[in-house]
Design a protein around this ligand. Structure first.
Ligand SMILES: NCc1[nH]cc(CCC(=O)O)c1CC(=O)O
Length: 336
């Protein structure tokens, strides 16, 4: 018997993307028995520009929407009903007609330190080589440890571990969220404190994108939304929207719940950094404001406020910091 799927989920084909899509499938099955039936929810793999281009041209292309464009086209065209994204990879502006209908509960937002020889960043000897193609990670690494040598490396966890084993680098950094979602708990890794390595905007958060006019899908999707993740991501993306003149400037941010000074109301603290890629300049701002449960408007205002403050402080430097990656290129076999 051929059954027509009730929902089609579009996703990239990487192991992490598939794990995230399957998590969404599982959550949908838990809220509606109709969606728990075999074949009710279909996962459709879509190849993006970011998946096709595996060398340094990806960095040269600038990075904006490289992992989302083809998926959003499939959504707009009706080939799929919803798309599952790492919110970290999502541009702040969505195409007209598309919305983020839900944010799943956030995984660990921190970055992980991976090495076969050192337990932590502090344990790395002077001059050690760290592989990362992220300007945000590079800048903060060099700010903490100017003696380290950063080489650009992309690729999934397996590729990176291979580079470590080959001795091509002494350590690498990855998001804790990806390692946890892939259940790669046997991999030697330790979380880096956000005071040293502030994560990327929305790191660890999965968003579900759907058509604004598709009430049927949006109804299901809304039921998966975690309001606490939604406000944190709104604050961080509000900041990014203000600072995002160039997506190649190292930007880091993390919104966390905190106790409002002198009041009972729920507060949120947003900490953010912009930096020069070489780590010689790191500007940090932090602000605490009352943000009620699910109050995305207040969260957005907090984000914009901190973003504006950092932009004013950085001035013209922000454009200058939108520099390319330097050093020796270590090819990987594709993003996580
Ligand atoms: N840019 C790739 C990417 N997009 C999302 C994650 C990890 C999962 C997440 O942050 O939600 C990763 C890999 C990494 O940075 O280690």
């Amino acid at each position: 018997m051929v059954t027509h799927p009730l929902l089609r989920i579009g996703t990239r084909g990487s192991p992490l993307a598939l794990a995230q899509a399957n998590e969404v499938r599982g959550r949908l099955a838990a809220i509606d028995p109709d969606l728990a039936r075999t074949g009710a929810v279909e996962v459709v793999i879509i190849r993006t520009t970011g998946d096709r281009v595996q060398d340094r041209t990806l960095v040269e292309l600038g990075g904006k929407g490289l992992f989302t464009k083809e998926i959003e086209e499939a959504l707009i065209g009706g080939a799929i009903d919803l798309a599952v994204h790492s919110m970290k990879d999502m541009p702040t502006e969505l195409p007209p007609g598309l919305i983020i209908g839900a944010l799943l509960p956030r995984e660990d937002p921190r970055d992980a330190f991976l090495s076969l020889t050192a337990a932590t960043l502090d344990d790395l000897p002077a001059g050690a080589v760290v592989g990362t193609a992220s300007l945000r990670r590079q800048a903060q690494l060099l700010a903490a440890r100017p003696d380290l040598v950063v080489v650009p490396v992309r690729g999934n966890v397996q590729t990176r571990l291979e580079r470590l084993r080959e001795g091509r680098m002494d350590a690498t950094l990855l998001a804790m969220a990806g390692l946890n979602r892939l259940k790669l708990t046997e991999v030697a890794r330790s979380p880096i404190d956000p005071s040293v390595m502030l994560p990327a905007v929305a790191q660890g958060a999965i968003g579900i994108e759907c058509r604004a006019a598709d009430d049927r899908t949006a109804g299901w999707v809304r039921a998966l939304n975690d309001p606490e993740t939604a406000v944190a991501v709104e604050a961080e993306r509000g900041l990014l929207a203000v600072l995002d003149g160039s997506c190649r400037t190292p930007i880091a941010a993390l919104a966390v719940r905190s106790v409002a000074p002198g009041r009972d109301a729920q507060a949120m603290t947003l900490t953010a950094r912009v930096a020069s890629p070489d780590g010689t300049t790191v500007l940090e701002d932090s602000l605490t404001h009352v943000v009620g449960q699910g109050d995305t408007a207040a969260a957005l205002a907090l984000g914009r406020h901190v973003g504006q403050a950092l932009r004013d402080r950085a001035g013209d430097d922000i454009a200058r910091w939108a520099a390319g990656v330097t050093g020796q290129w270590v090819p990987g076999s594709g993003p996580a």
